[in-house]
Design a protein around this ligand. Sequence first.
Ligand code: FES
Length: 359
Amino acid sequence: MTRDNLDGRTRDDLLRAGLEEDGVRLVRYADRWPLPGTRAERRAVRGVMGWLGLSALLGVACIVLYLVWPFRYPAAGYELYTPLLGLTGGGCVLLLAVAIIRYSKNFLPEEQAVQERHDDPSGEFDRTTTSALVTDTVRRGGMPRRRMVLGMAGVGVGIPVVGAVIAAVGGLIKDPWRQPPADTVWHSGWYSEDGQAVFLRQDVGDPHKVVLVRPEDMEAGSLLTVYPFREADRADKDRLSAVFNRGDTPAVLIRLRAGQQVTPKPGQENDNVGEYYAFSKLCTHLGCPVGLFEQQTDRLLCPCHQSQFDILQSATPIFGPAARPLPQLPIAVDDNGFFVAKGDFRQPVGPEFWEMGWR
Ligand code: FES
């Protein structure tokens, strides 16, 4: 057979011609199951289907766990959420790989060949004959007549793909408003869903001890880290300590020195109490705690990548990679002389995941 004489050749002729053209000598090339339908072949088919089925089951389990398993602290079993996803998701992919290996070993033709190496690019003749080799391998592997295996393979491959898509858009599938509003990504721990006063509370090392903040507790030019507190939580130890575990709650309460003027952002002219201002403690770059207050320059410094926020410009970043001001917490003093939050932060805290439309 020559390069110009390909028409009418059988697939076997073509693949062997291609191999010879490449300097490949077939020493052995035999079907795994020359007699179709034997018990041994059926057993091999069931083996592959079993692995694919187990893989599919784990894939389904992974998706179900992702959607229904409690993942929020302190829900019972929340600590198993990630391990269970890893076990089922990883197991799904692992068993899929086992099924592919079993299929290759049991159904692809047994081949032993010796090939000379060459560096020239492939021409049309090579591409045509290689195509014949590939299609012949599929035919001899029996895929066309093993539709159930093909279908199961589709399920086995499809489920991880579907799982990956669900994981990517899962945040949109899970309705954030299904939980109490204060527990969603749309509000921080300072949000009061029922109109309860939210006090500013100090962290004194004991998560169950409540120490509220009054203006006279602070020296001029000082800073205090504060967390939200509701009277309804006073007797609930879990809720008292949970506030320290929420990433969006820490705020810094700053008392400026006498005579200092802050340029407020539009709409935030009344969010302070005299020289007292409160801002989110989460850096708007990558979320590190911004707790270093340089009293002489009225700047808050982030220790991670050295962003600096000018308090006199409503915590606008003036140095470093942070691009957005620290969100301000509107505060007031109640009738008993304690600081309270007048509402939630007006912008998302920490590294922003959407743009709220102001700078
Ligand atoms: S996290 Fe603050 S500057 Fe990077």
